[in-house]
Design a protein around this ligand. Structure first.
Ligand code: SF4
Length: 306
């Protein structure tokens, strides 16, 4: 269906298409999923991060890996379908917005699929956990709506920032908002009473893993009102390697062979490097009084009996 979607709008670089989705709320795959349910209003992502792991979603459609950031599919919002699926989310269960692609990417400014879904959550969800992850300051547009949802549910926003160095961020995440704009959004959300954290994800060996970088991020996060911070080492699936390695050869040629060797046999880094990142993240969290994943949540209805 996606490859037949009508072109909604074409910008110089990006074509937007609409798709009819059979389902708008998915279950989370895997043995120990982080969330019970996932929502991804868009397929493809215009931000074009060099390390993006979600490019495989376009490969499913037989599209070249580059099309992931230039052919963006907006799911048509079917209110009745969304409402039916939302009714299946039980008390205390979690639903993650943007688990694959950014739900506040530029397409959202125009099509407002994420906004319409959140409005429905505000109208009908009670006692669920709502996680959002984004790199976009556009989320600040919905601060009041998220605060309304938060009154009956538990909302957490994870803002991804990998570096405060604007020039480096531009290289790594070429079409995403500047880090300082993302921090402004964190402040707006925190001021609206929403528990917000910073995701330093991914942490890239010898590119963004210096103590100075992590310290600067934690310090800025704390000043912006973030409550927690988490860091995750880089992982590179095959679809991501196709974009990341040529970019690395161009921008950091001295690192290319090391990275290729590290990711030759597995997409995930293991062992000492994982511990190294954990150790550094713990150190900067402790220094700035940040938590690791946000406070424990007890659904409002449950807490009555606690
Ligand atoms: S913002 Fe997320 S989904 Fe979008 S390109 Fe970057 S890593 Fe991929």
């Amino acid at each position: 269906m996606a490859s037949e979607g009508a072109v909604l709008e074409e910008k110089r670089r990006v074509a937007y298409l609409e798709i009819e989705a059979r389902s708008l709320i998915g279950t989370c795959a895997g043995r120990s999923p982080m969330f019970d349910w996932t929502v991804n209003p868009y397929r493809g992502c215009e931000f074009g991060c060099r390390y993006c792991y979600a490019r495989y979603t376009h490969e499913f459609m037989d599209l070249p890996v580059e099309a992931f950031e230039t052919k963006i599919y907006a799911k048509r919002f079917d209110k009745a379908l969304f409402r039916r699926e939302l009714d299946r989310v039980k008390l205390g269960e979690s639903i993650a917005f943007g688990s694959a692609t950014d739900c506040y990417q530029p397409a959202e400014r125009r099509f407002k699929v994420t906004r319409q879904m959140l409005e429905e959550v505000a109208r009908s969800a009670r006692g669920i956990r709502v996680f959002l992850i984004t790199k976009s300051n556009l989320i600040a547009r919905d601060a009041a709506l998220l605060a309304a949802i938060n009154r009956q549910n538990d909302v957490r926003v994870n803002m991804t920032i990998t570096t405060l160095d604007t020039a480096l961020a531009r290289k790594l995440e070429p079409y995403a908002p500047r880090p300082d704009l993302r921090l402004e959004a964190v402040k707006a959300l925190a001021d609206a009473g929403i528990e917000t954290g910073i995701a330093i994800s991914p942490v890239m060996p010898r590119i963004t893993d210096s103590l100075e970088n992590l310290d600067a991020l934690a310090s800025a996060a704390s000043r912006a009102g973030a409550k927690y911070l988490w860091a995750q080492p880089l992982f590179l699936k095959e679809c991501a390697q196709k974009v990341f390695f040529p970019w690395l050869a161009q921008e950091f040629p001295a690192l290319e062979s090391k990275y290729r060797a590290q990711f030759r046999d597995a997409a995930y880094l293991k062992g000492p490097y994982v511990e190294f990142v954990k150790h550094r993240a713990n150190a900067v969290r402790a220094k700035y009084g940040l938590g690791s994943r946000g406070s424990e949540y007890v659904p409002a209805q449950m807490s009555l009996f606690a």
